[in-house]
Design a binder for this molecule. Structure first.
Ligand SMILES: C[S@@+](CC[C@H](N)C(=O)[O-])C[C@H]1O[C@@H](n2cnc3c(N)ncnc32)[C@H](O)[C@@H]1O
Length: 279
């Protein structure tokens, strides 16, 4: 079994009882996704759907004709549908698989004492290609929800943050994920990137800080470099701006106000970016 995937399964198992505590986060993600549906018949695709603690699928079915949930963890998706009484719902489709296509090679790298340069080159080559999962796209709306920090964590576990080629590999994984999102959006459709970027493990006051001080508190965390590797909200935004190869394909790019995700055992600060794909 892939130890990197096993960790994802363990996290999903542990976070199953978080439906109640995730309410505010779920309401926020669901509200943004409902706003992005523009016409009857829209199809939504969610990457990293997992337990769907962050998606009120019944509300989303009021505005989307089809919802496609994508994740490594089939049991998390099955749990999510059962928990929301949607196991028999024909408008919800589950797609199980590795969105990077390099999960097995990353696991192999994690088992080696020294990073194999040839294997790493192979991984980079594969990451430069297109989305390895054959999803029935394009979709009117595509959402990536709190999966990016996990993808970066898999890179950390594969080679370690001190490896001289860590940044190169991490950036390639991030860039591939962004390309996957944009490629899956139909021209004229919309994207929503949701990413946790710091938790109460390193920012103990995250839960207590009053709402009116939240943004200022986060600015302080970011300027003291207290955030998850590779998912600083400014960096997440810059992937779709300026000279980035994807910038020409998107417009109406907007950074949403940050919010909190209470997972019970831990609290997270979450960034949201919404945009449209040029028709
Ligand atoms: C932090 S969870 C997202 C939270 C989830 N949306 C929820 O509310 O329960 C990240 C999800 O990404 C999935 N994931 C991680 N790596 C993946 C990969 N390479 N391909 C597909 N899914 C992956 C995990 O299985 C997990 O369900």
């Amino acid at each position: 079994m892939n130890p990197l995937f096993e960790e994802e399964f363990r996290f999903n198992q542990a976070s199953r009882p978080s439906w109640e505590s995730s309410q505010q986060h779920r309401n926020t993600v669901t509200r943004y996704l409902k706003q992005l549906s523009s016409v009857q018949g829209d199809r939504l695709c969610v990457l990293g759907a997992g337990n769907c603690n962050d998606l009120d699928l019944n509300q989303l079915l009021q505005v989307y004709d089809e919802i496609h949930l994508v994740d490594l963890d089939q049991s998390a998706l099955e749990y999510a549908l059962e928990a929301q009484n949607l196991s028999e719902e024909s408008a919800v489709f589950c797609h199980t698989g590795d969105l990077t296509g390099v999960g097995e090679q990353l696991a192999e790298l994690s088992r080696k004492e020294d990073t194999s340069q040839s294997l790493l080159d192979e991984v980079l080559e594969e990451l430069s290609g297109s989305n390895p999962l054959e999803l029935p796209g394009p979709f009117d709306v595509v959402c990536s929800t709190c999966i990016l920090s996990q993808l970066v964590l898999q890179v950390i576990h594969a080679v370690g943050e001190t490896d001289p080629r860590f940044e190169e590999l991490m950036q390639a994984v991030r860039a591939q994920h962004y390309r996957t999102i944009v490629d899956l959006i139909t021209p004229g459709g919309s994207g929503l990137i949701v990413s946790d970027f710091v938790s109460s493990e390193s920012a103990a006051d995250l839960k207590q800080v009053p709402d009116f001080q939240f943004t200022q508190y986060l600015s302080q965390l970011l300027s003291s470099r207290n955030f998850f590797h590779g998912v600083h909200p400014g960096i997440l935004l810059s992937q779709l701006q300026g000279k980035s190869p994807l910038a020409k394909q998107v417009y109406n790019l907007e950074m949403l106000p940050p919010w909190r995700w209470d997972l019970g055992m831990r609290q997270y600060a979450v960034a949201g970016i919404r945009f449209e794909r040029i028709p």
